[in-house]
Design a protein around this ligand. Structure first.
Ligand code: CA
Length: 222
């Protein structure tokens, strides 16, 4: 786990300094703040590879902070810390866009193992490029002409699939399978709605390629 930057938000000073010290010893670059507002302010400056978010913050619920990050297009993995271990809490942590969950008190070795797994998953895929456009797995963003647009996980999977074969028509069924990988039943027009959102995002990026409709078949990026 070298060179990765972790941003921690934790208001308990003892817990916070234990995390900072321990993770620095693991060779990570660690920054920490004490409130949700400070986290949202800091994130732009340090572009973290991973977040550790305490759910019980003095100014906000950590899950709302996570949702705010996702709404800003920040896709880096989030591990929640909480003193509560009730099942509804776990579930709502994931629906808020979190990737993992650890209940206090925890063994430090377990935290490290989970962070390693999250970083491995996040960094596993290389960026895909089409012309000037880069589709970045780490930040879940489309970057072109010096401008970046955040993508939701579904938008990211769709764009990465199209970008993997520029100029080729990707069939509708293949796009549905990659975008909704767990066999979710989606309406025929759901795919079109997501493509429309992607097009709007690409339209905001100078010099980005276009997604072209091939009627009755699928879509193509070029
Ligand atoms: Ca707390």
């Amino acid at each position: 786990m070298s060179l990765a930057t972790i941003l921690i938000v934790e208001d308990d000073l003892e817990m916070r300094s234990m995390l900072v010290r321990g993770l620095r010893e693991e060779g990570l670059h660690v920054e920490s703040v004490g409130t949700g507002a400070q986290l949202l302010e800091r994130v732009a400056r340090c572009s973290p590879d991973l977040f550790i978010i305490d759910i019980g913050l003095p100014d906000a619920d950590g899950r709302d902070v996570c949702q705010a990050l996702r709404a800003q297009g920040v896709g880096a993995p989030v591990l929640f810390l909480t003193a509560r271990d009730a099942l509804p809490d776990r579930l709502s942590g994931f629906s808020a866009g979190g990737d993992d969950y650890l209940t206090k008190p925890f063994a430090f070795a377990e935290l490290v193992a989970r962070l390693e797994a999250l970083l491995r998953r996040a960094g596993g895929e290389p960026a895909v490029e089409v012309g000037e456009l880069r589709v970045e797995p780490r930040s879940h963003a489309a970057v072109c002409g010096g401008v970046s647009a955040g993508l939701t996980p579904t938008e990211f999977r769709l764009l990465a699939r199209l970008a993997a074969a520029p100029g080729d028509v990707v069939h509708r069924r293949a796009l549905v399978e990659v975008a909704w990988p767990h066999g979710a039943i989606v309406r025929e027009n759901t795919l079109d709605a997501y493509i429309a959102r992607l097009r709007r995002k690409l339209a905001g990026l100078p010099g980005a390629p276009e997604i072209v409709t091939v009627h009755g078949v699928g879509y193509c990026i070029r």
